[in-house]
Design a binder for this molecule. Structure first.
Ligand code: SAT
Ligand code: MN
Length: 584
């Protein structure tokens, strides 16, 4: 008798019609076979074996370099269940349309069966997925990003409790590219892309879009959050989850080398992108990192911005769309040294400055999490880590101050729902346009976001010891257009204030948007920052917020009657608090 896994694989194979079928075991030997296959394919090259042992550079097709949100669909039976912020296709129509593209797509190719666990192998919060794919790059990446192969087979056994995902490169034509999710069936199909979140189906497709649906059904949370532990003097570690949109510095924050290390404050990394959280017996929300690696943005990453990852990247790393030096070492803008003569750009061409950026702005590294010197001793704890604070954030040149604390859970959910950020290169489309991005989940929520806000509100009533909710903005600019806050390792000063607020300390002043640090609230010794810059960083401008209230009102309006009353109520309360300030 075929197991549920085998039955599904056979079905997928009957559709895609590969020449060969290979069940992956996750071994090192198999990984090396995948690498050899990638090198044979020509899109991947070996990097310097002495200075970057076991590292490769993969060059994706130039039209396949980021997630394509306009080609990503939630295929619920009822269109309203996908909501106004998702693209929707009828499930039958999607099966027909995308099925036609998958039909025979693997002819002449091998179908790799990749069973994987999201989360620590023995955690009750973890789940199993199975991706079938015709891309050795995807197999190799999944081996870094998840617990893959034999361990997953053993956890699954003859159970049908897994999320299937069918992926084929197809012909990589963006006109025949679709990433479709069936939330009722808990099924994913993806065709026509070999890139990151479009193709590594464990990442955004399962761990967020499908898992967010499961989380709502089962009273847990699947969030686009990093998880870090802040160690304070004496060795106590306080865990926090932080949601920022793609390419807004989650990885750098999670792996930060603290500027206050001499004072005993240190940051430990549990995860850099995703968090799955369940209420623990101790009443805290407990978080695991469903991933086992970091798929981070390379440009802008250097010894100044993320020394931990720079050390981690020296072995066993797959680079995607970075440039390469004549010594066959990776290079990208912001790495910290000038481009050497003879640089090859991400497209594989000889580079000179007339050719623009040498690395693609969304170039990435895929590295095992365990290689980071900052990895938390608890990162694979089966019970997860107890979360004391949630931090929302985005890129805002104006409006949002450096940090503020919400009044309570309901207000905090509203703060998350109000989130906005300037767009980055992580998704195709214009860069630098402000868009609303609630909880950094806009492209990743597998159901109607109005119901997602409702789920957050409901969870607040169920968690005996709910995290306090904060908002940060490292990206505020002064009148001269320059960033006001140095960011990176200095961000620990903000985390320290958050920790103090969690512990009922920390000087704060009440404003219409929440509690902002009092002038003496932040630890600023050793940092050169002018009084004016600090005032501007913490300023809550009624004019800016008025515009934001208008913009968010329009955004919330999209959800019509389905928007929870609490969100509308908080919006009105915020407007009223500003009126009081202005007329006072
Ligand atoms: O492409 S991914 O979704 O994996 C990375 C990101 O956009 O956050
Ligand atoms: Mn992400």
């Amino acid at each position: 008798m075929a197991t549920p896994l085998e039955s599904w694989v056979n079905e997928a194979a009957a559709l895609a019609k590969p020449d060969r079928l290979v069940y992956c075991d996750g071994s090192e030997a198999e990984y090396q076979r995948m690498v050899a296959e990638m090198l044979r394919g020509g899109e991947t090259v070996q990097l310097n074996k002495k200075t970057y042992p076991n590292c490769q550079l993969h060059r994706s097709s130039p039209n396949d370099v980021a997630r394509t949100e306009h080609l990503t669909f939630i295929c619920s039976r009822d269109k309203d269940d996908a909501g106004p912020t998702n693209n929707w296709m009828d499930p039958g129509a999607a099966k027909h349309k995308v099925g036609a593209l998958l039909d025979g797509a693997m002819r002449g190719r091998t179908m790799y069966v990749v069973p994987y666990i999201l989360g620590p192998v023995d955690s009750p919060i973890s789940k199993v997925g199975v991706e079938v794919t015709d891309s050795p790059y995807v197999v190799a990446s999944m081996r870094i990003m998840s617990r893959m192969g034999k361990v997953a087979m053993e956890r699954l056994g003859a159970s049908s409790d897994f999320v299937p995902g069918l992926h084929s490169l197809g012909d990589l034509d963006p006109m025949r590219r679709y990433i479709v999710h069936f939330p009722e069936e808990k099924l994913i199909w993806s065709v026509g892309s070999g890139y990151g979140g479009n193709a590594l189906l464990g990442k955004k497709c399962f761990a967020l879009r499908i898992a967010s649906v499961m989380a709502r059904e089962q009273s847990w949370m699947a969030e686009h959050m990093l998880i870090l532990g802040l160690e304070s003097p004496g060795g106590k570690v306080t865990y926090m989850g932080a949601a920022f949109p793609s390419a807004c510095g989650k990885t750098n924050l999670a792996m930060m080398v603290s500027a206050l290390e001499s004072q005993g404050y240190r940051v430990w990394t549990v995860g850099d992108d995703l968090a799955w959280m369940k209420i623990g017996d101790d009443g805290y929300l407990h978080a695991i990192n469903p991933e086992a690696g970091f798929f981070g943005v390379a440009p802008g990453t250097g010894m100044k911005t993320n020394p931990n990852v720079m050390g981690a990247l020296r072995k066993n790393t797959v680079f995607t769309n970075v440039a390469m030096t004549p010594e066959r070492e990776p290079w990208w803008e912001g790495i910290g040294f000038e481009p050497p003569a003879g640089l090859i750009n991400w497209k594989g061409e000889k580079w000179d400055s007339s050719k623009g950026a040498a690395a693609h702005p969304n170039a990435r590294y895929t590295v095992p999490a365990a290689q980071s010197p900052s990895i938390s001793p608890k990162w694979e704890a089966p019970e997860g880590v107890p979360i004391s604070a949630f931090i929302f954030g985005g890129r805002r040149a104006r409006v949002a101050p450096l940090v503020y604390e919400s009044f309570d859970w309901q207000h905090g959910v509203f703060v998350g729902a109000m989130m906005a950020s300037e767009t980055t290169a992580a998704a195709t489309g214009d860069v630098g346009v402000t868009r609303r991005d609630p909880m950094a989940m806009l492209p990743f929520c597998g159901y109607n976001m109005a119901d997602y806000f409702g789920h957050w509100l409901a969870m607040g009533k169920k968690i005996p010891k709910p995290p306090k909710i904060f908002h940060v903005n490292w990206f505020r600019r002064g009148a001269d257009g320059k960033f006001l806050w140095p960011g990176f390792g200095e961000n620990v000063r903000v985390l320290k204030w958050i920790l103090e607020r969690v512990e009922g300390r920390g000087a704060a002043q009440e404003t219409p948007i929440g509690y902002v640090p009092a002038k003496n609230g932040l630890t600023l010794d050793g940092l050169k920052i002018s009084d004016e810059a600090l005032t501007e960083l913490l300023r809550v401008s009624p004019e800016d917020w008025e515009l934001d209230l208008g913009d968010s009102k329009q955004f919330f309006g999209k959800f019509g009657e389905r928007l929870p009353g609490e969100i509308r109520e908080e919006h009105e309360k915020l407007a009223r608090r500003f009126q009081r300030v202005v007329t006072a």
